[in-house]
Design a protein around this ligand. Structure first.
Ligand code: UDP
Ligand code: MG
Length: 331
């Protein structure tokens, strides 16, 4: 008989909070106050990792001051601006916790939610993601584009990306290690957290307005972000040419018959029919072959990403007498 050993979760988990910061000198003091207040109430040991994404203001100094003042704060300063997703990855790489929470520096993600997330984790969830019920203090344009984007992504990709979910989430160490084993450079973290699987649970919240400063996601960066998201999880754009080519070929076939029969009735300029038929034929052939190249490119891209083929949550087996407890790995 197989014995399923439930994964042992520490009763008192060490919590890592990971926060990417780019030009957040004004937000950080507010963040520190509110976050430490919430975490002190939670009552578990914790660390706060402030990952500085090559800020141009005094964010670096503010972080180092906090490190001097409070031993639970750790600063990770990147050498330049690498962008939100890579900065977040750097912070996660440095986290030592049993559970890890990632959130933004601008208090748009309410720290109070950590309590609710921890409760879900204790009930067995591996990834607890915060799902926005409402967004406050953001432009109509941002809300509309964000809503459209999440729905479009669901249509394009095979992964079951929850709508209205950002990077704010709590992750068990096991799930985090799985995500960190994906080392692709164009990272769409919220997709990667879905890709690794495990038990995912939502908690609902109302997204607040920024406490200070302004968004670092202008339209240009949002578009780039959307492209990273789509290209790292979807082949649909690459396959598009094949479908277009097949549609063009079908159309050309029937239109070609029409062209030839018109030409046979003799009331056309000589050479017209052969020119039109050749152009239609070659156009379709080109589209289909571009699509074929796309199919290969997609496969090459998947290999290059070098993701693990699968992620094992746990292997259930009976302990045999020969096994020493040390060689039981959790990976
Ligand atoms: N951020 C970062 N590097 C960047 C841009 C943003 O680390 O190049 C951080 C930023 O400090 C914040 C988080 O990523 O903590 C989210 O950015 P922002 O609040 O500007 O995005 P929005 O909430 O408007 O989508
Ligand atoms: Mg923000």
């Amino acid at each position: 008989m197989t014995t399923y050993t439930p994964k042992q979760r520490p009763e008192h988990p060490f919590i890592s909070i990971v926060i990417p910061c780019y030009n957040e000198e004004e937000s950080l003091p507010h963040l520190y106050e509110r976050l430490t207040e919430v975490l002190d109430q939670v009552g578990e040991k914790y660390e706060i990792i402030l990952a500085n994404d090559g800020s141009r203001d005094n964010t670096g100094l503010v972080i180092n001051d906090l490190v001097d003042k409070d031993a639970r704060i750790r600063g990770v300063h990147l050498s330049r601006n690498f962008g939100h997703q890579l900065c977040l990855t750097a912070g996660l790489d440095h986290a030592r916790g049993d559970v890890i929470v990632m959130m933004d520096a601008d208090l748009q993600d309410p720290p109070e939610l950590v309590n609710e997330m921890l409760a879900k984790w204790r009930e067995g969830a591996d990834v607890v993601y915060a799902q926005r019920e409402k967004r406050e203090g953001e432009t109509f344009f941002k809300k509309i584009t964000a809503a459209a984007f999440y729905r479009f992504m669901r249509f394009l990709t095979k992964i079951d990306l929850p709508v209205d979910t950002g990077d704010f989430r709590l992750i068990d160490r096991v799930a985090l290690d799985a995500v960190l084993s994906l080392r692709e450079s164009n990272r769409f973290l919220r997709g990667m957290f879905v890709w690794v699987g495990f038990r995912q649970e939502p908690v609902k919240y109302v997204r607040q307005a920024r406490i200070a400063g302004e968004t670092h996601y202008p339209l240009r960066k949002m578009v780039r972000f959307a492209f990273d998201a789509i290209t790292s999880f979807s082949w649909v754009p690459l396959q598009f040419a094949v479908w277009l080519g097949l549609a063009a070929a079908t159309f050309s076939f029937f239109y070609g018959i029409n062209v030839v029969s018109t030409a046979m009735q003799g009331n056309t300029v000589p050479g017209w029919a052969s020119t039109v038929v050749t152009v239609l034929f070659l156009g379709s052939v080109q589209l289909i072959t571009i699509g074929l190249l796309g199919e290969y490119l997609g496969r090459v891209f998947d290999e290059v990403k070098g993701r693990p083929l699968y992620v094992v949550r746990e292997v259930a087996e009976r302990e045999s007498e020969n096994d020493s407890p040390e060689d039981k790995s959790q990976a």
